[in-house]
Design a protein around this ligand. Structure first.
Ligand SMILES: *Cc1c(COP(=O)(O)O)cnc(C)c1O
Length: 558
């Protein structure tokens, strides 16, 4: 449903889309033959505006696909509420390091032969109501399938459903097997044949992240025959169509996006064999220019082969400090340009940017302002840079932003806090590299993976994070960063986690940063060598190839 390819293409909202883009980039680098399919989203996700109190308003993020993408001739057609809706595709080519090309097709319904309403179906990412979303998912899954056919790309395909949004693709596959046979009960053999072609990745343990549509709506949009076919293939839970169950039912390989998330997903969806492949980030995209220069000098192979980042252990601490100093300067310049606020180069700078939503708890750092003031005064000064958009309908998320603004106002000069508007790929890239510490405070176990900390690690920025998602694997205490709280079975407790966060800052991180800068640089270097070398999409895509797309089979003739 979303892909983050370039800051000038605003068709993503957060981690899910950035991961899709990074996956496609690494597939291109590795020479994997892959195409991406997504929606055009002519009005983007949205542009965020924040007033002086942190109240968020939104406006469309308009862009001109015509300037960036190439229109394709073939058309596909989907049936929505009995209407024939025509679909066009626009192509964007990703060129891998050795020239291999991975095309991405953006589906578009803004064609004059469609009704005015149908023309809006590919306007807004995560906009509108359930009805709009289900129609979009018909365009994405069934229109996507039709477009691949029209482009002559249907043969010998393996379909990777990245999240449940595209799961109606399975319905198209099932129908094309049953052509001529009408819509009677699905034969288990046909379901099995569809399953052999599909791989499904689930991305969140948060229930609201799994689309469900009431049955009347499904019948209205898809028609009774198709609804009946879905019903008989057992994808309905509580009289609604659950897109995750649809994908689970039709996939031969299923995975979560970090080891811990795999375990949690097994508990959420009992009876399904759920594996785990831990997320990564595209190393070349997310490494800042100063560190890219440094790696080019010492380990020039790192672009072709991200495992070489392991040899960052041989780079001198002095050079690591220098490269980070440059990235920090760039960030502080950008902060001043955007906000007018001048932060200090000599102060420990904490970064926190992510979708503003309640479970990510951006206010945890401010739960005890006296304690925060006290440690900044007595142990060493702190400044904080925030960013993040709340979904327009997420009132809790919007409240989180206001709380950060309130805390900033209350703290004043004691701890400077800046909230930057309109967090996106471009701002992220500067932010992950330029801060000294990347803060991550989700309520366990809701963070399936998280990837921003991986981008920070590539740039020698250690994380201070709750032990959830990828950090369970990437964390080596005091070597690659620091943990907030522990890894026990019970979910995180707000005040317990806050106390741990303050303890780590007060007793370990601030004394290290101000008292032993060489030792702090050692943590930077280990973050690159241990985490940068592993938590990248080059390793991740290789794992998808060997474990999901072309698994070893006992009975294979080879
Ligand atoms: C990497 C990235 C994210 C995802 O980061 P999380 O750690 O999962 O929150 C979100 N938004 C942007 C713009 C990113 O670059």
């Amino acid at each position: 449903m979303e892909v983050g390819l370039d800051p000038s293409i605003p068709t993503y909202s957060g981690g899910l889309g950035i991961l899709a883009g990074d996956t496609l980039r690494s597939a291109a680098d590795l020479g994997v033959s892959m195409v991406g399919v997504t929606l055009l989203h002519r009005k983007g996700y949205f542009r965020q505006h924040l007033d002086a109190r942190g109240n968020q308003t939104e406006s469309p993020d308009l862009w001109n696909p015509e300037d960036i993408l190439e229109p394709m001739e073939p058309r596909a057609t989907v049936t929505i509420e009995g209407r024939q809706v025509r679909v066009q595709a626009w192509r964007y080519d990703i060129h891998g390091l050795s020239g291999h090309r991975v095309p991405v097709y953006f589906l578009d319904t803004a064609l004059p032969e469609n009704t005015p309403w149908d023309q809006t179906l590919t306007d807004h990412l995560y906009g509108g109501d359930d009805h709009y979303r289900l129609c979009q998912e018909v365009v994405l899954g069934m229109g996507g399938m039709g477009m691949l056919s029209a482009l002559g790309l249907k043969d010998r395909m393996i379909y990777h459903l990245n999240e449940g949004h595209s799961a109606l693709l399975a319905l198209s596959l099932l129908e094309s097997r049953r052509q001529g046979g009408g819509f009677s009960d699905p034969i288990e053999a046909e379901v099995e044949a569809v399953r052999r072609q599909c791989v499904f990745t689930t991305h969140t343990p948060v229930p609201a992240g799994h689309d469900q549509f009431p049955w009347e709506l499904v019948e209205q949009v898809l028609g009774r025959d198709r609804a009946a076919l879905l019903e008989s293939s057992q994808c309905c839970v509580d009289m609604s169509l659950n897109m995750t169950y649809l994908a689970l039912r039709f996939a031969r390989y299923i995975n979560g996006v970090a080891m811990r998330h795999g375990e949690i997903s097994l508990g959420m969806f009992p009876g399904y064999p759920i594996d785990a492949i831990t997320n990564g980030v595209h190393a070349v995209t997310w490494t800042s220019p100063p560190f890219a220069d440094l790696f080019n000098q010492h380990i020039s192979e790192w672009r072709q082969d991200n495992f070489y980042l392991r040899y960052a252990v041989g780079i001198s601490l002095h050079e690591i400090q220098q490269a980070h100093g440059q990235a920090k300067k760039e960030l502080l310049k950008e902060v001043e340009r955007r906000s007018g606020v001048q932060l200090s180069e000599n102060v420990l700078t904490i970064g926190f940017a992510r979708r503003a939503t309640t479970y990510k708890r951006p206010d945890l750092l401010f739960s005890d302002l006296d304690r925060l003031r006290g440690l900044a005064r007595q142990v060493g000064p702190i400044q904080v840079i925030y960013g993040g958009k709340a979904h327009p309908q997420d009132e809790g998320g919007k409240e989180m932003i206001r709380r950060v603004f309130q805390a900033a106002a209350t703290l004043g000069e004691a701890v400077r806090v800046v909230y930057l508007e309109n967090y996106n790929m471009a701002l992220g890239k500067i932010l992950y590299a330029g801060v000294d510490l990347w803060l991550n405070t989700p309520l366990r176990p809701r963070e399936a993976s998280g990837t921003s900390g991986m981008k920070a690690a590539l740039n020698g920025v250690p994380s201070l994070s709750v032990l959830d998602g990828w950090w369970v694997e990437g964390h080596v205490e005091h070597v690659t960063g620091w943990a907030i709280g522990d890894d026990s079975e019970s979910p995180g407790d707000y005040f317990h986690d806050a106390a741990s966060l303050y303890d780590k800052l007060e007793r370990i991180i601030l004394p290290l940063y101000y008292g032993k800068p060489e030792a702090y640089a050692k943590v930077r270097r280990a973050a690159i060598a241990l985490n940068g070398s592993f938590f990248n999409t080059q390793r991740m895509v290789s794992q998808y190839v060997t474990n999901a797309y072309f698994p070893f089979e006992e009975n294979s003739p080879n």
